[in-house]
Design a protein around this ligand. Structure first.
Ligand code: PLP
Ligand code: COI
Length: 369
């Protein structure tokens, strides 16, 4: 049996130290009115420790608080850190659900393997998420909002030698969120980075590790400086093939109604939204190709009208139309520069399932309570 399989059935008892003074309801309601993304946090957090001599231990839920840390903690020097992102939704019957959390648990295990970290049992990942959503259920916003869970793990050995840490901390925190993009525009604009790349073959592009995001920030700042909402990365070898955005995958919609998206080849993140949209499109009889698409072809197809729509997708961004593509070579618009029918159709299908308004034909919905 592989390490992952052995650990899948592993379970832990979580100790409960509930907050003696959670935020009063009126203050919480004020924060939930317009939470934005990633600034409003719930009352609790889950923590689980790992030591190579003890395995996973000391699982608990406790009041959210700063983590005391030694300045020689390995993560502060060598960035051995991974994370996940998934959302809890409020259902019409007052319950709460998660969307395909097992996929996040598995991707977390794959990220851990790539970063030479211990593999957290899937069951512990799921129990930690459920426990936090259950405890902080009052923090799930109504309407279009959701409670964004951020599971993460970092190396915590006090040692400056370069090697995998012997000590780790796994946590889950929760943030009440609305839309990821602040813009009121019907579509976002993207900047194609021709100077910086995000991930090279053999690198960590397919892992959800903090280092990938650190490496994307300068290109993202360049995008912002050019008035764009997000950066688009090209492949590191030929600087030609569209890979993904700084924090989301990308899809293209053609005049025959078909879709294409860059293939998973180890340099892009295997998005759960990406995989769900491929399935939903195929359910509708829409052709989906996982194939390479060059920036030159993108520009040419937008010019002739062969390309009708493009959109970004991810947990935070859901499905967000791309209207304008800018680079040092100039700019082009996609379609009318706003959203399109195919993008809206796929978004509605996905959000319908996530929000419990459409039948969950693939068993993607995990009920928390
Ligand atoms: N690509 C990157 C770099 C991301 O950070 C994300 C967000 O998690 C995605 C793609 C989309 O992944 P998912 O749909 O699983 O959220
Ligand atoms: C997500 O969609 O969960 C992401 O990780 C994107 C970004 C917030 C990093």
């Amino acid at each position: 049996m592989s390490k992952t399989e052995t650990s899948t059935h592993h379970s832990l008892q979580f100790a409960r130290h509930l907050h003696p003074t959670p935020l009063p309801a009126d203050q919480r309601a004020a924060l939930l009115k317009n939470p934005g993304f990633g600034r409003v946090f719930s009352d609790h957090m889950v923590t689980v420790r790992y030591h190579e001599s003890q395995g996973w231990h000391d699982a608990k839920i406790e009041p959210r608080a700063p983590i005391p840390m030694d300045p020689a903690s390995a993560v502060l020097h060598y960035a051995q850190e991974i994370f996940e992102g998934l959302k809890a939704y409020r259902t019409a019957d007052g319950g709460a659900t998660l969307f395909r959390p097992e996929e996040n648990a598995r991707r977390f295990q794959q990220s851990a393997e790539r970063l030479a970290m211990p593999v957290l049992p899937e069951k512990v990942f799921l129990e930690a998420c459920d426990l936090l959503v259950n405890t902080d259920r009052a923090w799930i916003p109504d309407g279009d909002g959701s409670l964004y869970l951020r599971p993460f793990m970092f190396a915590n050995e006090i040692f400056l030698g370069v090697k995998p840490s012997s000590d780790y901390l796994f946590l889950v925190i929760a943030s009440s969120v609305g839309a990821y993009f602040k813009t009121d525009a019907p579509a976002v604009s993207v900047w194609v980075s021709t100077e910086y790349t995000r991930a090279a073959p053999g690198g960590t592009g397919a892992a959800k590790c903090g280092g990938n995001y650190a490496a994307s920030l300068l290109a993202q700042s360049e995008a912002t400086r050019h008035g764009c909402d997000q950066v688009v990365f090209l492949d590191a070898v030929e600087q030609r093939w569209v890979e993904e955005l700084g924090g989301m995958n990308v899809f293209f919609v053609f005049d025959d109604g078909s879709l294409s998206t860059p293939p998973l080849g180890g340099t892009i993140l295997p998005g759960i939204t990406r995989s769900s949209l491929i399935t939903l499109a195929k359910d509708k009889g829409i052709e989906v190709r996982e194939e390479r698409y060059s920036i030159d072809q993108w520009r040419a197809d937008a010019g002739t009208g062969r390309l009708r729509e493009a959109f970004a997708c991810g947990t935070a961004a859901v499905v967000t139309p791309i209207g304008t593509v800018r680079s040092k070579d100039g700019e082009f618009k996609i379609g009318n520069g706003g959203s399109g029918a195919r993008t809206e159709e796929l978004k509605a299908a996905l959000v319908g399932i996530q929000r419990g308004r459409a039948a969950d034909t693939h068993g993607w919905i995990h009920k928390v309570f």
